[in-house]
Design a protein around this ligand. Structure first.
Ligand code: ATP
Length: 364
């Protein structure tokens, strides 16, 4: 069998692309009287993977569509390598931007063979070359044997791979992906996610990936931009944002928490776990102390806050226990190693790793 090279490497590895810096400046978009974006600015480094994370309707897709050239902003600019591609007087059409697109409904053409589907993004090449490049992209995603078949013979995961091959075949310098794996079952999703990330990193493509799952964003993003109501609330590495969320909303996006609503007095809040200083950045007196389930542990020596276990859920390696504590209306949730977790009805003492408490302004 002859080897397929064509810039994709002899073993089907993706050749490097010239990575692009992507800049969003103050992008605003209104639909009727409702803002989808309210002045979004973001700078994405060459070859970086940025995940846009947020709940439904926060503007992630609109931002991606504007960057890809299939939607227009009312105001603001988009720059690729400092060159304006969208601005008050500039609009570079999508096909001239050197981008790859992969959306949730990746819609392969049913009447075209797999290789022809991949060739669709290569219309600028003459047919024989387009065919070689498409075959090389299929080799990269492990589907070259299906080149002459039609999409309906492929499983969902394989079809997703074809969509990926189609997006990467032109070797775009920027990739935009909107919830690309949400149609797949969890095991396949993990696999596709890893495979896709490996390809994006080999290509050195700058990537923007939309997701509403924090775990997916943490797995894929070099950095994450958390969005809400058409705004970017916080941008950073997953570790930064997880450990230092700048709002209760951002903290909640990353995990469930125990939340203790408090009133600040003299710059401090008082909780069953003692006093906490309120950061100067918080101006409101309504403060929430957020405590993730793993920030709590049990103390065998009788130190800490006394409580009683009222529920215990088996989660495989871990157990989630609920503890009623005097002075708190809501039971505390604690995640422990399964073999260390007490039984329902046991009297225990709960301890908080105070460094892990998140002191945040309350959110209505
Ligand atoms: P999801 O995760 O559900 O896709 P999202 O964060 O991607 O949500 P967008 O699709 O960008 O959010 O939508 C942001 C807001 O703009 C929503 O309120 C949506 O209803 C509105 N919107 C988006 N596109 C249009 C449109 N073409 N016409 C009218 N309203 C729109």
């Amino acid at each position: 069998m002859s080897r397929v090279t064509n810039g994709w490497g002899q073993r089907g590895s993706a050749a490097a692309t010239i990575a692009a810096r992507l800049t969003f400046e103050n992008l605003t978009r209104k639909f009727d009287d409702k803002y989808a974006l309210r002045g979004v600015s973001l700078d994405i480094e060459p070859a970086e993977t940025m995940c846009l994370l947020g709940p439904s309707g926060c503007g992630k897709t609109t931002l991606l569509r504007i960057a890809a050239g299939i939607e227009w902003p009312d105001a603001g600019r988009v720059l690729f390598n400092h060159q304006e591609v969208v601005g008050p007087n500039v609009f570079v059409p999508p096909e001239k931007r050197g981008i790859g697109l992969m959306f949730q409904d990746f819609a392969l053409f049913p009447h075209l063979s797999i290789v022809k589907n991949v060739m669709f993004g290569l219309r600028m090449l003459e047919p024989a070359q387009a065919h070689r490049v498409a075959m090389a992209a299929l080799v990269r995603v492990g589907l070259e044997a299906y080149a002459e078949d039609y999409p309906h013979v492929l499983s969902g995961g394989q079809q997703q791979r074809v969509a990926l091959a189609r997006a990467i075949a032109p070797r775009p310098s920027v990739m935009f992906m909107d919830e690309p794996f949400s149609g797949l079952d969890p095991r396949l999703r993990d696999h596709m996610r890893e495979e896709t990330m490996a390809i994006l990193k080999e290509m050195r493509a700058t990537s923007v990936i939309v997701t509403h799952q924090a775990e997916e964003a943490m797995r894929m993003g070099d950095r994450i931009a958390v969005m809400r109501g058409g705004r970017v609330l916080q941008v950073g590495t997953s570790e930064d944002i997880y450990n230092h969320p700048n709002s209760l909303f951002v903290a909640r996006v990353f995990s469930e928490m125990n939340e203790m609503d408090c009133r600040a007095v003299g710059g401090y809040v008082d909780t069953v776990f003692g006093k906490f200083e309120v950061p100067k950045t918080i101006t409101s007196d309504d403060v929430t102390v957020g405590v993730r389930f793993r920030a709590l542990s049990l103390n065998e020596q009788g130190m800490g806050v006394p409580g009683r276990v009222i529920d215990r859920k088996f989660l495989g390696d871990a157990a989630l226990i609920e503890i009623v504590v005097n002075g708190l209306d809501t039971p505390l949730k604690v995640r422990l190693r399964e073999n260390l977790a007490p039984l329902t009805g046991e009297e225990i003492f709960v301890e908080l790793d105070k460094d892990k408490a998140l002191i945040l302004e309350s959110d209505d």
